[in-house]
Design a protein around this ligand. Structure first.
Ligand code: GLY
Length: 327
């Protein structure tokens, strides 16, 4: 490592929602495993992009989270995945959306970033691109868990009965209590869990990267794309500002282009800690949105905020490895 080189830092998240106590240990363990792997890559001299890809791959493979294996199902019962990976050194990005036959969409996003003049592929075109670079195409059934079939069946039954009471209603956290309470834009179904995953990293060369991956929202219409894989919405990285990954109901985050909003705040002089809190406050105040954010500056300063009851997060840096379920 160079003298005065930046200290490798990795932040990951595994969604922001009312994580029940019986699921707390799985969330913490999944986040810790992603941190250990990603931070080891950084310490061995790997790039921020390598570390983010590896950390998100672990979270995609962990059925605890709504990304990759075990994701929420669409209204038709399939898993449809979205992911973005962005390199803050070059501003190159790779995104895929609505893929059904890739086990690890973040790895397909890496291929787009590295090997394509384009930034974004969707559906069958994304799968064909990944396959042309050696990724195996799987049967969608390999990503579908019985747990999720039951969850979808129950949700659709409640909807058919006109029951909409599974939605969180604000205020959801201590931060909200003093806020104005705009109309909550969250649809009535599906806000029971937001386990979108993401990671942001700073490597010893001073470069930032960010990645976000999701199965989207429960009972979503096939073809719906959320914030996670859209550049500047659920994910963004620029060495001149910060790296960010968001989780939460995607539509309000998209309307505010909230990832870029947060990194711009850092470029304007806010610390990542302050900018993260401001972004979540803005999401709620402007659109009644709920979610969580991780934000990492080029000097290794970290910001984490959420306005949901819980958020699975972890940080690995020179001070060690920490995980938590609230901040
Ligand atoms: N934030 C994930 C989604 O709305 O798709």
């Amino acid at each position: 490592m160079f003298t005065n080189a930046p200290k490798p830092t990795l932040i990951v998240h595994g969604g922001a929602w009312a994580i029940p106590p019986e699921m707390a240990a799985d969330h913490q363990a999944g986040v810790a495993q992603a941190l250990k792997t990603g931070h080891a890559i950084l310490n061995w001299g790997g790039t921020a992009t390598d570390a983010v890809e590896a950390a998100v791959t672990i979270l995609e493979d962990d059925p605890t989270f709504d990304a990759g294996l075990g994701s929420f199902l669409t209204s038709k019962g399939s898993v449809q995945l979205d992911a973005l990976l962005m390199d803050g050194a070059t501003l190159r990005a790779g995104g895929v959306a609505c893929v059904e036959r890739l086990r690890n969409p973040i790895q397909a996003a890496r291929l787009v970033l590295d090997k394509s003049p384009h930034i974004y592929f969707v559906g069958a075109g994304a799968e064909a691109f990944a396959a042309s670079h050696g990724m195996p195409l799987i049967n969608n059934r390999e990503l579908v868990l019985e747990r999720e079939r039951i969850r979808l069946r129950d949700a659709q039954m409640r909807l058919s009965l006109g029951l909409t009471d599974i939605t969180f209603s604000g205020p959801l956290s201590h931060d909200d209590k003093s806020s104005e309470t705009p109309a909550d834009e969250s649809p009535s179904l599906g806000f029971e869990s937001h386990d979108t995953v993401g990671a942001v990293a700073l490597d010893q060369y001073g470069n930032l990267a960010a990645g976000t991956s999701t199965g989207g929202t429960l009972n979503k219409a096939p073809g719906r794309v959320g914030d996670s894989s859209l550049i500047g919405c659920g994910c963004y990285a620029d060495n001149e500002s910060a790296a960010v990954s968001l989780t939460g109901w995607g539509e309000p985050i998209m309307k505010l282009v909230l990832g870029k909003w947060a990194t711009d705040r850092v470029a304007q002089g806010a610390t990542p800690e302050v900018a993260a809190k401001e972004a979540i406050a803005y999401l709620y105040k402007r659109l009644g949105g709920h979610g969580g954010i991780i934000l990492l500056g080029p000097d290794g300063q970290c910001g984490i905020a959420h306005n949901t009851p819980g958020m699975a997060w972890g940080i690995a840096n020179s001070q060690g490895l920490r995980t938590g379920l609230t901040v």
